[in-house]
Design a protein around this ligand. Structure first.
Ligand code: GDP
Ligand code: MG
Length: 321
C-alpha cells in the first residue's frame, strides 16, 4: 500500500473522515498534508505515546537513535527514552532561538544527568543551517548499522531537520510535512540518504502538561518563537502581578528575573491584584520552565505564585543561560 510522503500514513480513498484519505491513490500526499502544505490549514490529530512507542519497536538494538530536543522546551522527564538501550546521540534543535552559545557546557551536564545511553551531543539549527555538516559527520561516525532513527517529543523539529538534510545532502525532491501542531508526522518515514545511510523520521512523543497540546490552535503561532528570543528583564520591587497575555499570571515579590518566551507575546504588569495558584520558591541561578511557552531565569532568590487555566507541568532546573 502507498504511503503519504508527507506524514507516512497509509493512503486510502474510502473514508474522508479517516486519516490517510486522498481522492486518488496515485497522489503522493494525503488530504491532510495537502491542506497543511498548500493552505496552512491544520487539523489537530492526537496520537498517544503507546501508539508512537509501538511504532518505535521496529528500532533494532544496534541502530543509532538521534534524540532531537527543542532547546527552548527541554522536557522535564526523559523516562520514556530510558526504555531504549541503543546508543543515543542528543541533538538540541532550534539553536537560532537563544541569544548565545554560553549554554553548550550546561547541555553536556543535562545530557549526563538524563540517565539514557548518551554517546554524544550537538546543537543545531535547521533554520540557520547551523552545525548540519557536523551533524552528518557525527551521525556517520556514530552509526553501527545503516538505519538511524530521529526520535523525540512533538514539535522538537525532527521533520524540519530531516527536510534540511534531504535538501542539503541528497538529490531527492520529497518533503516531509511540518507544522506548528503536534502529531504532524503519523508513521515512520524512511529517507535513503545514500547507499549506507537511511534516516527514519518518527511521530513525536507527547509530553504531559505541555501548552502546545492544550492551547487553542489559533495561539500556537504566537507562543512558538520564530526568531531569536529577546530576553526580557524584570526587576521587581514589592509585590507585582505579571501577565503573559491571558495565558499565565505570576505574583512575584522582590526579584530579578528574565523571561525567555516568544517575542510576539506581550508581558504586562498589574498592581493591586491577588491571585490563587501554585507557589514556587526559587533560588538564584534557577530556571522555571513552562513547557511549551519557554522559561524564566531567576537572577535572585524569589517566591512566585502562578495562576493558569491550563494544566501545565511547570518545573524548576539549573539555569540554562
Ligand atoms: N526557530 C526554529 N524553528 C524550527 C526549527 N526547526 C523546526 N522549527 C519549527 O518547529 C515546529 C515543529 O517542527 P517539526 O519539524 O514539524 O517538528 P516535529 O514534530 O519534531 O517533526 C515548526 O513550526 C518548525 O518551523 C529551527 O531550527 N529553528
Ligand atoms: Mg514531524
Amino acid at each position: 500500500m502507498n504511503k503519504c510522503s508527507g506524514c507516512g500514513i497509509s493512503l486510502q480513498n474510502k473514508d474522508i473522515n479517516e486519516l490517510g484519505y486522498t481522492k486518488s491513490l496515485d497522489n503522493d500526499l494525503c488530504e491532510r498534508c495537502f491542506r497543511i502544505k498548500n493552505y496552512n490549514d491544520y487539523k489537530r490529530v492526537i496520537k498517544d505515546n503507546d501508539y508512537v512507542l509501538n511504532l518505535l519497536k521496529s528500532i533494532n538494538k544496534k541502530d543509532l537513535i538521534v534524540l532531537i530536543v527543542d532547546i527552548i522546551n527541554i522536557p522535564k522527564s526523559f523516562e520514556l527514552i530510558k526504555n531504549f538501550k541503543n546508543d543515543i546521540f542528543v541533538v538540541f534543535s532550534k539553536a537560532d532561538l537563544l541569544p548565545s552559545e554560553m549554554y553548550e557546557k550546561k547541555l553536556d551536564k543535562i545530557c549526563k544527568s538524563l540517565d539514557i545511553n548518551y554517546v554524544d551531543k550537538l546543537c543545531v539549527s535547521s533554520n540557520k543551517n547551523y552545525n548540519l555538516d557536523l551533524l552528518m559527520k557525527k551521525i556517520k561516525e556514530l552509526k553501527k548499522t545503516n538505519n538511524v532513527y530521529f526520535i523525540g517529543f512533538s514539535n522538537s523539529g525532527k521533520s524540519t531537520l530531516l527536510n534540511k538534510i534531504i535538501y542539503n545532502y541528497t538529490d531527492l525532491n520529497t518533503t516531509i510535512t511540518t507544522s506548528l501542531l503536534p502529531s504532524t508526522t503519523l508513521d515512520l518515514i524512511e529517507i535513503k540518504i545514500d547507499e549506507d545511510l537511511i534516516i527514519i523520521d518518527t511521530p513525536g512523543l507527547v509530553e504531559n502538561g505541555n501548552l502546545i497540546d492544550v492551547i487553542d490552535k489559533k495561539y500556537l503561532s504566537k507562543i512558538m518563537p520564530k526568531k531569536k528570543i529577546n530576553p526580557r528583564i524584570y526587576q521587581i520591587k514589592g509585590t507585582q502581578i505579571i501577565n503573559i497575555e491571558d495565558i499565565i499570571t505570576f505574583e512575584i515579590s522582590d526579584a530579578n528575573i528574565v523571561f525567555y518566551i516568544s517575542n510576539d507575546l506581550k508581558i504586562t504588569r498589574e498592581y493591586n491584584k491577588t491571585i490563587t495558584g501554585k507557589s514556587f520558591s526559587l533560588n538564584k541561578n534557577k530556571d522555571l520552565v513552562i513547557p511549551g511557552l519557554g522559561f524564566i531565569e531567576f537572577k535572585s532568590n524569589a517566591n512566585i505564585k502562578i495562576e493558569t487555566k491550563y494544566d501545565l507541568d511547570i518545573y524548576e532546573r539549573d539555569s540554562l543561560i
